[in-house]
Unconditional design. Structure first.
Length: 134
């Protein structure tokens, strides 16, 4: 197992690099006064994370411009080596028809596509990252 003294804080650039290289993350939000974390396929554009969702709790949170967190990681369960990034900021439901059409080309479809999905944009204000070394 790894030694807790080997945790290294990642800077903003390293966090952004990991976000751009990954394909699946977890959206963390409040749903009926409880914290929820749902996996999503996503893409990064500028300082924003974009993903699709159906008409559920994630969409309701974005409609209210709530703060969301987004987490990705890659940690070896045997050695404990790896990294973790949490990006947080305010979300919005993208509704402008021209923007929706443009984003439809770049935002991955969800794992469980439905007849209708909407695009959520997370404006990242804060990055927190850790690397777990030997």
């Amino acid at each position: 197992m790894y030694d807790a003294k080997s945790v290294e804080v990642l800077d903003k650039g390293e966090c952004e690099k990991y976000l751009r290289e990954s394909l699946i993350g977890r959206v963390v939000f409040v749903d009926s006064l409880l914290l929820a974390a749902h996996p999503v396929r996503y893409v990064v554009e500028g300082h924003c994370i974009l993903f699709r969702t159906d008409h559920g709790a994630k969409l309701r949170a974005a409609d209210r411009h709530k703060m969301l967190a987004f987490e990705i990681d890659d940690i070896d369960p045997i050695t404990g080596h790896g990294w973790s990034v949490v990006a947080s900021g305010f979300a919005e439901h993208v509704t402008d028809p021209c923007e929706v059409e443009r984003l439809t080309e770049i935002v991955p479809i969800p794992w469980a596509p439905t007849d209708r999905t909407d695009v959520i944009r997370l404006f990242v204000d804060l990055y927190q990252g850790r690397r777990y070394n030997e």
